[in-house]
Design a protein around this ligand. Structure first.
Ligand code: AMP
Length: 960
């Protein structure tokens, strides 16, 4: 019996055992060959009395031994290299008495790879030899019976990669051996965590030198810093760790894992190794906090790291003192009481217009004083001073940290006029034009031109007043150097004079344009014609020069709703009329706020005129009163023959009233329906021209009407059309939702704010983009209404269908007998892309061209008839038929102003059409009744002139 020294089965962690004879229960029953007399299975007891199986052979006396012992099939389980550890005893031949040369002291180890786990017979020659095993010097002594034996342990390894498993074989060639145990194993690099990456249990490679590259995966709650990698060496050792992972924020590394920070702790930066306690005024309520949240009322700025304490915005600055000096304001204050735990704060002022100057600056102030200048005169401003520190953004909690003051700037005179230009210079005169002052500080009431001979200095100067931005200075001495200065006046008084402009009058008589025109006219009128034809060249020169010397007026419309006190706006733009001067006669309509009556107004020192009186119904709210009067505040800013003229307002007694000029024929849509087919095309175009001219004036003043429609055009007894109804812009502004809530049902604006779908451009319907271009769209619809004598646009289609049709590219067809070019103009106004629509200046030019040259332009598609010789253009294809301003003035009994007007540049009927009350006052036509007469009659005379042309035109031009 063997007695074995302790052989407890504890395997190294990097070895996976495939077979261990000492743990196999029962007999091994390996295949032995020969079955008898060769290897023999012998059970013995180990030191713990556990039976173990051994194989023994001892045929030392017989020659030519070849005893094979083959194991059962051993699955290789993914191993590529297996190790065979054999514990055996081997008798020393010398110790055996009487043995001859047959005794051996070695045995051979073989293997055979196979997928078959139950091979019956494997030919010995199929086995591959692993090694010849001999007993070596290192052994353990074993008691065998009464003798002591040496227990050898030999390990051999071999590559097994081709089959699922293998068999081992032991060949005895004549030794005396006992195989005490056989263990077969392979080596692995065991599961491990390095640098927070887990590397799985990995089989070593097939060769003794091979390294298996393995990618690790980050442990829970960690993320890759650099790809984690290691190599599994052949002996089952991990080598060369590369890269690794880091714990997520809120977690820290502990024993190769990432553990959540406990409550009250956080880990906010990846470079911090461990969790740390929440900084002051912050807390964490759950485990694993990356950032500790600020306690209520405490904040961190965007740039604050999570490691710093939470802080508070500063309290409001204190003791704000303001001082107004005309259009400048100086603000001073003391530092806030509490700075909130941060370093010194800075202030931010709310955004202001770009023109406003802040000294030293608007934001980021360190000092507690700022001077704000270039403010608008007589305007209410609110200044908010906000003490800020790094946590104020988004947490400013408004009033808590800011202090405000609301104050009104003083009245201030306009800034000086700049850029004076001299136009035509003659022996006795010069034309001047200039720009509006940069800061008018109110509505400019007039300009004053001061001029004097340079040699005389200012001792004897002359003054000329004008409401426009141009002046014709006459009565100068020839060949003399003059100095000119201009200043503007508002309700606040005069601004400073501009720097002097030096100019010398001519020596040669060089006629003024007006002179040239009138002499031409004189010649032509002597030839007996009532209608005078000027060559296009002449007209071209006139209009070119006219434009050059008298630039477009650029008075800008002021929204009355920008006034804090609406009454202030009304009285800035409208005259208060004593109710006793008004005689109401009859009700002529119903407006949004009450009845509209006609009546008479007799102002002191003026002749009685007919007026329309809009009154505000008895029970009105404050807002209704404001809304009602806002129309007057708007209308009062306009002065144009095609804009309804405001006479004044009655606000100091009830009912509150708005008095406008009376338009005998009422609104254009009803008027046209009543007179269906009664007008010539040219008369209709004349009406359209008037409307376009009014609209051009409005767009030049940056006023967007938003409700241009025939119903809002009024017609007087001379068929002059004037734009009216200035209320919608406000209605939509105040309640933006209305445009949407009612857009599909509404056809007309009301206090509820309906949008006039059929007249409104798609972009204004869709997203309230109201611009002069959206007014152009509406103008196209008005053209259609006019040319169809008040037909309802899109007939009975629903608003929904109209919107859809427009969106799909559908446009209104030409009304009956509408000249192609007019319909084309409508289509241009209805371009979907608003920037492609014509401006009112372009529309006006186009209509003027049509009116001047009706035979070629207003011809219908049907007829290409020869033009009668009477209207054949003279001297070239672009000849224009124009009646002169002089004739026009004669016809209305105002011939005495011929020179005044021509000198001021009003040489063509076109230019007369642009005259306003202010223009006339500024050039010296000051009698109000004369002004009215000129304004009222010029258009009528021009229209009847067109009528005369019409009567001489081919049939095709006459409406059905
Ligand atoms: P409104 O409130 O401006 O829409 O005016 C209601 C109606 O009163 C209009 O449709 C016109 O028929 C009439 N109306 C308004 N103003 C005048 C006026 N200045 N001259 C004549 N009729 C006017």
């Amino acid at each position: 019996m063997f007695t074995l020294i302790s052989t407890a089965r504890v395997y190294p962690p990097n070895e996976e055992t495939l077979l261990d004879t000492r743990t196999v229960p029962g007999e091994l029953k390996w295949a032995a060959s020969p079955t008898e007399g060769g290897w023999e299975e012998v059970s013995i007891m180990d030191e713990k009395n556990v039976p173990i199986r051994t194989y023994q052979v001892c045929n030392v006396m017989e020659p030519s031994q070849s005893n094979w012992l083959r194991t059962d099939w051993i699955p290789r389980s993914g191993a590529q290299r297996i190790y065979v550890e054999i514990k055996f005893t081997l008798r020393d031949c010398n110790s055996l008495p009487g043995v001859t040369g047959t005794c051996k002291e070695t045995f051979n180890l073989y293997y055979y790879e196979s997928n078959n786990d139950r091979e019956h017979y494997i030919r010995e020659s199929n086995f591959l030899k692993i090694d010849t095993v001999a007993a070596d010097e290192s052994f353990t002594q074993v008691d065998i019976g009464d003798r002591i034996m040496k227990l050898n342990t030999e390990v051999r390894d071999v590559k097994v990669t081709t089959r699922k498993g293998f068999y081992l074989a032991f060949q005895d060639v004549g030794a005396c051996i006992a195989l005490v145990s056989v263990r077969v194993f392979y080596k692995t690099c065991p599961l491990t965590v390095r640098n927070l990456a887990t590397f799985p249990d990995t089989n070593t490679g097939a060769d003794t030198s091979s390294l298996v590259e393995v990618r690790g995966s980050c442990v829970n709650q960690s993320e890759e810093r650099e790809e984690p990698k290691m190599y599994c060496g052949a002996d089952g050792e991990w080598l060369v760790p590369i890269g690794g992972c880091v714990c997520n924020l809120g977690y820290e590394e502990k024993s190769g894992a990432c553990q959540a920070c406990t409550v009250g702790f956080n880990r906010a930066v990846s470079t911090d190794r461990a969790c740390s306690k929440c900084p002051p005024h912050s807390h964490s309520e759950k485990e694993g906090a990356a950032v500790c949240d600020c306690n209520p009322g405490y904040y961190r700025s965007e740039s604050d790291p999570a490691s710093v304490p939470c802080t508070q915005p500063p309290s409001a600055p204190q003791q704000l003192i303001s001082e107004v000096n005309e259009t400048s304001v100086v603000l001073e204050w003391s530092a806030p009481l509490r700075l909130g735990g941060r370093k010194a704060g800075s202030i931010l002022c709310l955004p202001c217009s770009q023109d406003v100057l802040f000294s030293p600056q608007q934001s980021g102030l360190r000092a507690t004083r700022v001077c704000v200048s270039e403010l608008q005169a007589h305007t209410r401003y609110t200044f908010t001073i906000l003490a800020r520190n790094g946590v104020s953004q988004g947490h400013s909690a408004g009033a808590g940290q800011s202090v405000s003051v609301t104050l009104t700037t003083n009245q201030a005179a306009p800034s000086p006029v700049t850029s004076i230009q001299a136009g035509d210079v003659t022996r006795h005169g010069v034309s001047l034009a200039w720009q509006q002052p940069d800061r008018p500080n109110g509505v400019i009431l007039e300009y004053e031109v001061k001029y004097y001979e340079k040699d005389q200095k200012e001792s004897s100067y002359r003054i000329m007043k004008t409401a426009s931005r141009s002046a014709d200075i006459t009565g100068l001495s020839p060949l003399t150097v003059y100095l000119f200065q201009v200043r503007a006046r508002t309700a606040a008084g005069y601004g400073e004079f501009s720097g002097p402009l030096e100019f010398s009058t001519n020596s040669d008589p060089l006629p003024l344009i007006g002179d040239a025109a009138s002499s031409t006219l004189l010649l032509l009128s002597i030839s007996g014609g009532v209608i005078l034809l000027l060559t296009s060249t002449a007209v071209f020169i006139i209009s070119r020069r006219y434009k050059h010397i008298w630039p477009q007026k650029n008075k800008i419309y002021v929204d009355p709703f920008t006034y804090e006190d609406p009454d202030q706006a009304v009285h800035e733009f409208a005259k208060e009329i004593d109710a006793s001067y008004i005689h109401i006669e009859k009700v002529i309509g119903i407006g949004e706020f009450g009845e509209v009556c006609s009546g008479r107004l007799r102002l002191q020192g003026k002749r009685e005129i007919y007026v329309a009186i809009k009154s505000l119904k008895a029970a009105y709210s404050n807002k209704q009163r404001q809304d009602f009067l806002s129309e007057a505040s708007i209308m009062g800013q306009f002065d144009h023959p095609n804009i309804i003229r405001l006479e004044g307002v009655v606000t100091r007694c009830k009912p509150v009233m708005i008095i406008t000029e009376y338009m005998e024929n009422g609104s254009l849509d009803a008027f046209l329906r009543k007179h269906d087919g009664h007008f010539t095309v040219i008369q209709l175009v004349g009406m359209l021209r008037g409307i376009a001219s009014g609209m051009k004036y409005l767009s030049d003043m940056s006023y967007v009407h938003r409700d241009l429609a025939a119903r809002n055009i009024l017609v007087n007894s001379n068929l002059v059309c004037k734009v009216s109804d200035f209320g919608l812009s406000r209605v939509l502004q105040e309640d933006p939702e209305n445009a949407y809530t009612t857009r599909v049902t509404g056809t007309y604006h009301s206090p509820g704010g309906k949008i006039p779908i059929r007249w409104t451009s798609p972009e204004a319907i869709a997203y309230r983009k109201f611009t002069p271009s959206s007014d152009t769209w509406s103008y196209g619809v008005v053209m259609w209404e006019v040319m169809s004598y008040g037909e309802r646009p899109y007939w009975d289609m629903s608003n929904q269908d109209v919107i859809k049709a427009i969106d799909e590219g559908y446009r209104l067809p030409p009304p009956m007998d509408c000249p192609v070019c007019l319909h084309q103009l409508m289509l241009d106004c209805w371009q979907t892309e608003r920037t492609h629509r014509p401006s009112f200046t372009q529309i006006l030019n186009m209509l003027d061209k049509l009116i001047r040259n009706p035979t070629t332009t207003l011809r219908r598609t049907g007829g290409d008839r020869p033009v009668p010789s009477l209207l054949e253009p003279v001297g070239g294809p672009e000849f224009v038929s124009v009646w002169s301003a002089e004739d026009c003035l004669q016809a209305i009994g105002m011939g005495m102003y011929r020179d005044t007007l021509t000198t001021a540049g009003y040489t063509s009927p076109d230019s007369l059409l642009t005259l306003t009350h202010q223009d006339m006052t500024s050039i010296g036509i000051i009698t109000p009744s004369h002004q009215d007469q000129i304004l009222a009659s010029v258009q009528q005379v021009l229209l009847s002139h067109m009528q005369q042309i019409q009567e001489q035109m081919p049939d095709s031009m006459v409406p059905v």
